[in-house]
Write a protein that binds this ligand. Structure first.
Ligand code: NAD
Length: 496
């Protein structure tokens, strides 16, 4: 279980080394002595080869009937089910989240393979009556070509599946550059697709760093669509570079997700939800709860409860069954989170628990930080406005729902938001007025399911949604078709 595997790029159905011969290592973030894998440090020439393979494969893949394409995805789902345990282990080892959470990542990919696979038999278009006699009209989805995908490390199997599987069922081909901290899960997903019958060249994997391997994919003239998930900083660059070639660019970026607690809420439920959403995946979820906005009358009790739960969390190597929270993904992320904790203190927030790197024993070999809670946070503090992407919760007190809503909405992001209340009127107002792509009532900010649209408003995205009934939109073009069987020239808007 601790073997080190060497991964080559996967191009046109073959495993090939990078053209430069350069590689990079990935070590387990919970234990830096554990070398998880060696990957190709790819560059523009490797991306060129992968795009050429995807472009060639597109000419035949686009003509495979969609139900047959879907069958491959459905078979891949079965393989994922059979390999869930092994793939969860790989995922935990490469990015750190505990095994039970890693299993969730695989289950999302299974769900998406089933959902997108069955879409092969739907992919509905629209027929409408014509305004002229003896004329038929319809619209249908068509594939676009080679899709460039750039993914982060935090949900390495789930996010790859949200992008790849809808793109494939539409008839596109793919070049994916996975996050450099967690590339194995992409190989695992693609292995299932290939064993299920995916032809060579339809999916290609090029590993490496963003500027050297990601950017050539973004700028490649034969890649008309880019699907990106990651930070706002990189997303902006991808958008700008894509715009120069008028590419279709779908961006899923950061969050600063609020969870509002009204004084009529079930506090036991809140306590469980907050701990799961703030500290699950070590706070490294784009939908993690990072702001707890609490009505003043219950704030002291709520804070006490959350602090007690945070202190009791078992932090450790995700491969151990007892671990409830794993490490941060890498040293840079550890520095960033510790930097934000220092910032919170200097801004005048009260550090109630955590606040430091965990050390001693096995902790010294990984990037572990204590679950951290700040109270006395005001909405203008940077820790209340900027994405930290770590296990740091800021508790903000408010007088009433209107103030809670104003605070919740007063950030640049808009991915997920939640409210706990037993008042149905408040719940419905929140549903309508929270500026977020995803809203939860009496549930925390995490827990999206693959058959509803996923994505955010404001700085989180650029208007697209992954998953759900919207999942095909980025990866297909609409074509409208008019069939005139009157045998005469009928001029629309003129002859009727
Ligand atoms: P990141 O932006 O650093 O990296 C994302 C990907 O972009 C990686 O594959 C990276 O190699 C690549 N990249 C970096 N520079 C590039 C460049 N110049 N050109 C092309 N590609 C480049 O993000 P990350 O640290 O991997 O992930 C964390 C971020 O992702 C957080 O901000 C989080 O909120 C966000 N995220 C968002 C969602 C969502 O659906 N909204 C989901 C998960 C993560």
């Amino acid at each position: 279980m601790t073997e080190t595997r060497v991964f080559h790029n996967f191009i046109n159905g073959e495993f090939v080394p990078s053209s430069s011969g350069q590689t990079f290592e990935r070590r387990n973030p919970a234990d830096q002595r554990d070398l998880v894998g060696v990957f190709q440090d790819s560059g523009a020439a490797d991306v060129d080869a992968a795009v050429a393979a995807a472009k060639a494969a597109y000419t035949t893949w686009r003509k495979v009937p969609a139900p047959q394409r879907g069958e491959i995805l459905l078979k891949a789902a079965e393989l994922l089910v059979a390999r869930k345990e092994q793939y969860s282990h790989d995922l935990t080892r490469e990015m750190g989240k505990p095994l039970f959470e890693a299993g969730g990542d695989i289950v999302e990919a299974i769900g998406m393979a089933q959902f997108a696979g069955s879409e092969g038999r739907r992919m509905h278009g629209v027929t409408t009556p014509s305004e002229l006699p003896n004329k038929f009209q319809m619209s249908m989805r068509q594939p676009i070509g080679v899709i460039g995908m750039i993914t982060p490390w935090n949900f390495p199997m789930a996010i790859a599946s949200w992008k790849m599987l809808p793109a494939l069922v539409c008839g596109n081909t793919v070049v994916i550059k996975p996050g450099e901290d967690a590339s194995i899960s992409t190989y695992n997903l693609v292995a299932c697709l290939v064993e299920a019958g995916l032809p060579p060249g339809v999916v290609n994997i090029v590993t490496g760093y963003g500027p050297s391997a990601g950017q050539p994919l973004v700028e490649h003239p034969d890649v008309p669509v880019l699907s990106f998930t990651g930070s706002n900083e990189v997303g902006r660059l991808v958008y700008e570079l894509g715009a120069r070639q008028i590419k279709r660019v779908s961006l899923e970026m950061g969050g600063k997700n609020p969870l509002i607690v009204m004084d009529d809420a079930d506090l036991d439920l809140v306590e469980q939800g907050v701990v799961w959403a703030a500290f699950g995946t070590t706070g490294q979820r784009c939908t993690a709860t990072s702001r707890l906005i609490v009505q003043r009358g219950i704030a002291a009790e709520m804070s006490e409860r959350i602090v007690a739960r945070a202190k009791a969390l078992r932090v450790g190597n995700g491969l151990q069954a007892t671990s409830e929270m794993g490490p941060l993904v890498n040293g840079a992320q550890l520095e960033r989170v510790l930097g934000y904790i220092e910032l919170g203190k200097s801004e005048g927030a009260t550090l109630r628990c955590g606040g430091a790197r965990l050390s001693g024993g096995d902790y010294d070999h990984g990037f572990f930080v204590q679950p951290t809670v700040f109270t006395g946070v005001t909405p203008t503090m940077r820790i209340a406005r900027e994405e930290i992407f770590g296990p740091v919760l800021s508790i903000i007190e408010v007088d009433d729902f209107d103030e809670a809503l104003a605070v919740a909405n007063d950030v640049a992001y808009g991915l997920s938001a939640s409210i706990y209340t037993r008042d149905i009127n408040t719940a419905y107002r929140a549903m309508h007025e929270l500026e977020a792509g995803i809203v939860y009532i009496n549930a925390p900010t995490i827990g999206a399911e693959i058959h509803l649209p996923f994505g955010g408003v404001k700085g989180t995205g650029n208007g697209h949604r992954e998953a759900g009934p919207t999942m095909l939109d980025v990866f297909s073009e609409w074509k409208s078709v008019y069939v005139d069987y009157s045998g005469a020239l009928q001029r629309a808007q003129i002859d009727n």
